[in-house]
Write a protein that binds this ligand. Structure first.
Ligand SMILES: [Zn+2]
Length: 244
């Protein structure tokens, strides 16, 4: 029971830290590192929890599918996934593509048509998009888009006013069953660094979705922050390799 409370405390502190890291970019880096260390240490006390260990084990082998990429964690221009394959409207990493097709099939059996409008976007293309947009706030900087990972898909629309589209409602209910997670939910704008995007899903594996839901209150960003910055100690994807 005591362990449960320590866990809850660590989780709340981690959530507060995540909000702090992104809400106050001017915050001295050194202080953030010290806070981060203590939060990680508190949270790590739960690694002996059988439930956490069980949830974590399958993710250990999938680090390259779970890189943290956001306005604070930038991919290098030459980061290109090694196993991209063709899908409608572009390319996805192989495992993400396999689960995309399973999900698409299941949706169509329920009368829902899932249609990607954007998939893998190379660094240079993101640079091009950023340069030609009339709304730069809405477009990620090159190197800071999950689309460069080859595991993110924008489905059917890119207009918030369409959030009640049947396809987006279906995804909200079922995407997790296929390892896809909503990256930028309503209410998490400060933490994720991006506005609400009901169409943007990232493949994080079924086990990743299970861990996100069980230990991180359903937040993809909180989970990726913890895995990358506490467990793997690779805060910057530039330090990561694609094949580990
Ligand atoms: Zn997107």
């Amino acid at each position: 029971m005591i362990k449960k409370y320590i866990f809850l405390f660590a989780f709340c502190t981690l959530s507060a830290l995540a909000a702090d890291l992104f809400a106050q970019p001017a915050h001295p880096k050194q202080d953030s590192q010290v806070v981060l260390q203590s939060v990680c240490q508190s949270f790590m006390q739960h690694n002996d929890s059988e439930a956490f260990r069980k949830a974590y084990l399958p993710l250990e082998k999938k680090r390259d599918l779970l890189l943290l990429v956001d306005p604070e964690h930038t991919l290098p221009p030459n980061y290109e996934p090694h196993d991209l394959i063709r899908v409608p409207r572009g390319f996805l990493r192989k495992e993400a593509a396999v689960w995309f097709y399973k999900m698409k099939q299941a949706a169509s059996e329920s009368g829902i048509y899932l249609s990607p409008v954007s998939t893998y976007r190379p660094y240079e293309y993101q640079l091009y998009l950023k340069g030609r947009t009339s709304n730069p706030e809405q477009v990620a900087n090159p190197g800071q888009s999950q689309h460069q990972l080859g595991t993110a898909i924008d489905f059917n629309t890119t207009e918030v006013k369409n959030e009640s589209l049947p396809a987006l409602q279906w995804l909200k209910q079922h995407a997790g069953e296929y390892g896809f997670s909503l990256s930028f939910p309503k209410g998490e704008e400060e933490e994720t660094g991006y506005p609400f995007e009901p169409w943007h899903y990232r493949y994080i594996t079924q086990e990743g979705v299970a861990m996100q839901n069980k230990f991180f209150g359903g937040s993809q960003h909180k989970m990726l922050l913890f895995l990358n910055m506490c467990l793997w100690n690779k805060p910057d994807p530039k330090a990561a390799t694609q094949n580990d």
